[in-house]
Design a protein around this ligand. Structure first.
Ligand code: XMP
Length: 311
């Protein structure tokens, strides 16, 4: 049945109000669609009783912390940015197994969150978990970092009640709710961005240097592919390397993969049929602007068998 977004918003606001009462709630936002829509929805219900937390984990896209905080504040949402990149890189150091990386991210994320919860005396955590996150974690495809009950994290450990207003919805309905909330198109049409950020796009160890490479490449891919309006487009840094020639000298450099997919709900996806001229332009820019890269590839794999992200 088609979602009635207005009804959904009214019912959800009532429910959040009933749960939070006069207490304080925190919502953590990564700047992706789900957590942004969730923050705006919770703000409608709670006003100043809501604190939007932006944990700057060092794994965000270019200028993301400033941009997201600015949007939230512009809409009157009480926003706190927590600089925590050092802790995340420390936790990720030496790890190259995807689930180990996800676990390291998750533990650091909830530790940081736990501290903020204490500091601001919040009793509730409002999370933008959506139906696809639950399905994938349940299906043991990958443990989405925000599906607490399924990954064995007890919210009680943090003295919190968890509220997941979007948990019955898939992405198209989340966007519908965003639109009905009156959010700007830039927000509700944003590409999904995973909670663990650029760490899902670094194969092998996640270090500040390697994140810088993938961040720069992501900026190039997003800019050049934007007009095709893909469901998601980004760059990935592989752990393999390849020989190239840079400034006339042999260079054993990094490999970047361009990933762009079309999808409705992220459960299945098809590679975008990106015109060759755009791919060429991206390749040239990446090679020119990122000295560490010697090879650029395009990923042609649908989901399944592949997933959208790389870890
Ligand atoms: P995959 O890579 O599993 O991704 O095909 C499906 C969708 O979910 C996003 N994604 C995540 N989102 N936490 C999130 O909030 C995560 O741990 C996570 N992992 C993947 C991904 O960007 C895609 O839209």
């Amino acid at each position: 049945m088609a979602l009635n977004a207005k009804e959904f918003i009214n019912d959800t606001i009532k429910e959040i109000k009933k749960k939070v009462r006069k207490q304080t709630a925190i919502c953590a936002t990564s700047g992706g669609v789900d957590s942004m829509v969730c923050a705006f929805l919770a703000h409608r219900a709670l006003g100043k009783k809501l604190i939007a937390l932006f944990i700057d984990d060092g794994l965000m896209r270019q200028d993301e912390p400033q941009t997201v905080a600015k949007i939230l504040r512009k809409h009157g949402i009480r926003t706190v940015v927590i600089p925590a990149s050092h802790n995340f890189f420390k936790a990720l150091k030496g790890k190259d197994d995807p689930e180990d990386m996800r676990k390291a991210f998750r533990d650091t994320f909830y530790k940081t969150l736990g501290k903020a919860v204490k500091k601001y005396r919040a009793q509730h955590l409002i999370q933008g978990t959506i139906a696809a996150d639950v399905a994938e974690t349940k299906g043991k495809i990958k443990s989405q970092h925000n599906v607490l009950s399924q990954i064995g994290i007890s919210p009680k450990k943090y003295g919190l009640s968890i509220i997941e207003p979007l948990v019955t919805l898939y992405k198209p309905d989340v966007r519908k709710v965003g639109k009905a909330l009156g959010l700007s198109k830039i927000i509700y049409q944003r590409m999904p961005f995973p909670g663990p950020g650029l760490a899902t796009r670094v194969v092998g160890e996640v270090t500040p240097k390697r994140v810088r490479i993938v961040r720069k490449a992501t900026q190039i891919v997003e800019k050049e592919i934007k007009r095709l309006k893909p469901f998601q487009a980004f760059a990935v840094l592989l752990s393999d390397r390849a020989t190239g020639v840079k400034k006339g000298e042999r260079a054993f450099g990094n490999i970047i993969v361009i990933r762009s997919v079309e999808s409705k709900n992220a459960m299945t996806a098809q590679p975008t049929k990106v015109p060759y001229t755009i791919l060429e332009k991206i390749q040239k820019k990446i090679i020119r602007e990122i000295p560490e890269v010697t090879k650029v590839l395009y990923d042609l794999t649908p989901k399944p068998p592949s997933t959208i992200e790389y870890i």
